[in-house]
Design a protein around this ligand. Structure first.
Ligand code: NAP
Ligand code: HSE
Length: 439
């Protein structure tokens, strides 16, 4: 890139994030010039629908509905690719790289599924992909893991990586609302994906964990190789029962080395109230990282939303303009471990567990549950049963009451076997709710 002429930028996708990026580039020309040492000019911004209102004032001629106006413009040095999903984003990304542009993206779905292919393609064309905004929005986690922690073997990542889910969990407990009542607010506030199913079923957090784990452990773990579940099945009653036990439910993404194997999962988890991660509310993300030299570190900040994400995207543009991003990108493939770290089998993963059963309020029910758990070598730490309101009797006249059990450490496989037996008890009404506990 020539150092004297302005750096020209093209944005593809002017939705929530693209609009924020354009706003920073247009409104903070002087600030960006000082950071880069020359002008950075927004030359084109591509959308599907030219008539949609955009919450930013652009110079005449910048907005276009023609993607080729970015791809085929030899003066555009950096393309900011902000279309979500994999199709047509994957093809557009390759065309941009082949046309000689460095690419900045916030698209974790694309990088999770096709990152290796796209990185190789970029290297073949001597171009760079910068992706700080793809994980944890405005928190500089990619730079932290990919640069600042390079002296360490990272041993553990425990993180809140989906702002939408965290916002919903926070609001459910605060307002006493059902999950479906709060989802619309997360969408209106610009936190959710175009298809919010990916946020609430754990997929978005898992995609981000795949990217982080590859950087941290040098091992690419495909999305379908580790367990993930989201908050979409959670009931308010589990959040309040957890609170009663001094825990907060968070959608936790975990990747850690345990006896030389990589344990990975994304699932709603009870986190002890006094931990920093439990105090991370609203659309904020938090990443607890442990490295063998540095020890424990925590990064927290806005993980979703327009300006927070735009902040990370524009930082990547600046890094490309000064050549920092190229240096980091050119080294990343050397970090991959050969052979890859083996993945820990799901049934071997051990936790303490929270279990909630809907039971008929009649004699011997507790004893049956305790007997089955005991025979599977699962030790109970505590049990709570609230008195029944006598409002919902079953056909045999018994009321249904929730019973909450906290177990001691046990392997998931043992619990799964016990659950299969528990589900045969006629006094238990589905579902059985199970969440791991992180103390
Ligand atoms: P969005 O609001 O849905 O915006 C997507 C934009 O892409 C829209 O401007 C849309 O044009 C444009 N677009 C879609 N398909 C197109 C096509 N075929 N040709 C041209 N333009 C097309 O999405 P977003 O929230 O900004 O997210 C963008 C990316 O950033 C996603 O990968 C997302 O996962 C990621 N991300 C988002 C956040 C966040 O907080 N929102 C945070 C971190 C990362 P129209 O406007 O004309 O429809
Ligand atoms: N939909 C995502 C979230 C945006 O809620 O975290 C940030 O990647």
């Amino acid at each position: 890139m020539s150092e004297s002429k302005p750096l020209q930028v093209g944005i593809i996708g002017m939705g929530t994030v693209g609009t924020g990026v354009a706003r920073i580039l247009v409104q903070h020309v002087d600030r960006i010039r000082r950071r880069v040492g020359r002008d950075v000019q927004l030359k084109r911004a591509t959308v599907r629908d030219l008539d949609k209102p955009r919450d930013v004032e652009l110079p005449p001629g910048v907005l276009t509905d023609d993607i080729d106006a970015v791809i085929d413009d030899p003066d555009i040095d950096v393309a900011v690719q902000l279309i979500g999903g994999t199709d047509p984003a994957r093809d557009i990304m390759k065309r941009l790289l082949a046309a000689g542009k460095h690419v900045v993206t916030a698209n974790k779905a694309l990088l999770c599924e096709f990152g290796d292919e796209l990185f190789e393609f970029a290297r073949k064309h001597d171009r760079t992909i910068a992706f700080e905004a793809a994980v944890a929005g405005g928190i500089p986690i990619i730079a932290t893991v990919g640069q600042s922690m390079s002296a360490n073997q990272i041993t553990s990542i425990e993180a809140i990586l989906n702002g939408t889910s965290n916002y919903i969990l926070t609001e459910m407990l605060k307002r006493g609302s059902a999950y479906s009542d709060v989802l619309g607010d997360a969408q209106r506030l610009g936190y959710a994906e175009a298809d919010p199913a990916m946020d609430v079923d754990g997929t978005d957090a898992a995609q981000k964990l795949v990217i982080l784990a590859q950087l941290a452990f040098g091992t690419k773990v495909p999305l379908d190789r580790f367990p993930r579940s989201g908050i979409d099945q959670l009931e308010l009653t589990d959040l309040t029962c957890a609170a009663e036990l001094n825990y907060v439910v968070k959608l936790l993404a975990t990747a850690r080395l345990v006896h030389g194997e990589l344990e990975m999962h994304v699932q709603p988890t009870l986190v002890k109230c006094d931990r920093l991660i439990a105090k991370t509310d609203g659309p904020f993300n938090m990443i607890a990282l442990e490295g063998d030299a540095v020890g424990k570190t925590w990064l927290s900040g806005p993980g979703a939303g327009q300006m927070a994400t735009a902040s990370a995207v524009v930082a990547d543009v600046v890094d490309l303009a000064v050549g920092r991003a190229q240096v980091t990108f050119s080294r990343l493939d050397l970090w991959n471990d050969h052979p890859p770290v083996p993945l820990c089998e799901e049934d071997k993963i051990a936790h303490r567990f929270y279990l909630r059963f809907n039971v008929e309020d009649r004699p011997h029910v507790f004893a049956d549950i305790a007997d089955i758990l005991g025979r599977h070598d699962i030790s109970l730490a505590s049990i709570i049963q609230h008195e029944s309101s006598e409002q919902q009797p079953t056909s045999n006249g018994a009321s249904i009451v929730p019973v909450v059990v906290m177990t001691h450490y046990t392997a998931q496989g043992k619990l799964r076997a016990a659950e299969a037996e528990l589900s045969q008890l006629t006094s238990l009404h589905p579902p059985i709710v199970r969440m791991p506990v992180s103390d």
